[in-house]
Ligand binder design. Structure first.
Ligand code: AP5
Length: 233
């Protein structure tokens, strides 16, 4: 049971997807779940959208219900990777309660540390395929042709909340509401830092080594079974 914590654009989603494939445990992104409900235009989606387009956090009670439902599914039996959750002290406390009720324990929190310069490039350069959701970046992972997805030919668009003024607010919200969780997990001696300011494949190898060193190996696949493939999806 892993938590990836870090500012918007630090690479949590990219790394969680790669780790999920290699460790064979689900990647749980509250951001992805919320974007899906927004797309489906449910009532919850409309409520969430109002917060997300301003870069504010969706209320804790909504997030906690989403998480409770998600971790109760059978694919979570062997563990999972949280990306973008918890984001407030209340969410972290609720998660501790869920673990206690299920007689489980958090294994590790990994804090992604990154320079402001890289964050700006990663967020301002991000493009998402409107059809298949594939992720591109104008600076680091450009599409082969213009704004067309290499995989499915769909149109590539910036994420709604990557607009400059919204990013400024997301960073502020991270500093004020999420950063204090570092202290919370330091007190539990559960948190390790990683330098996220490097190429995706190198970062992924370091993460695997860190997890291998810190987490009870009985809970994870054998070290030798990590495929030696490229970190690109
Ligand atoms: P969420 O979707 O969680 O957004 P975020 O935390 O702001 O994170 P991002 O997805 O922007 O960045 P990331 O760190 O995952 O980086 P990524 O890998 O994508 O949340 C969105 C909103 O939903 C929130 O603002 C809030 O409103 C709501 N919400 C979500 N969870 C909530 C919660 N728990 N409570 C309340 N509200 C919640 O990479 C970014 C870019 O960089 C990509 O283009 C990628 O290709 C590129 N890149 C990644 N790694 C590298 C690398 N190593 N080198 C070069 N480029 C890289």
């Amino acid at each position: 049971k892993l938590i990836l914590i870090g500012p918007p654009g630090s690479g949590k989603g990219t790394q969680a997807r790669l780790l999920s494939k290699k460790l064979k445990i689900p990647h749980i992104s509250t951001g992805d779940i919320l974007r899906e409900v927004v797309k489906n235009k449910t009532q919850l989606g409309q409520e969430a959208q109002a917060y997300m387009e301003k870069g504010e956090l969706v209320p804790d009670n909504v997030i906690i219900e989403i998480i409770k439902e998600r971790v109760s599914r059978p694919d979570c039996e062997k563990g999972y990777i949280f990306d973008g959750f918890p984001r407030t002290l209340t969410q972290a406390q609720m998660l501790d309660k869920i673990f206690k009720e299920k007689n489980k324990e958090l294994d590790l929190v990994i804090q992604f540390k990154i320079s402001d310069e890289s964050l700006t490039k990663r967020l301002s350069g991000r493009l998402i395929c409107s059809k298949c959701g594939a992720d591109y970046n104008l600076y680091f992972k450009p599409p082969r042709v213009g704004d067309i997805c290499d995989r499915c030919g769909g149109k590539l668009l910036p994420r709604q909340d990557d607009k400059k003024n919204v990013v400024i607010n997301r960073l502020k919200v991270f500093k004020n509401q999420t950063k204090p969780l570092v202290n919370y997990y330091q007190k539990q001696a559960k948190i390790k830092d990683i330098d996220a300011d490097k190429k995706s494949e190198n970062l992924n190898q370091e993460l695997l080594q860190l997890i291998d060193a810190e987490v009870n190996p009985n809970g994870l696949p054998e070290k030798q079974s990590f495929p030696a493939e490229s970190a690109e999806e």
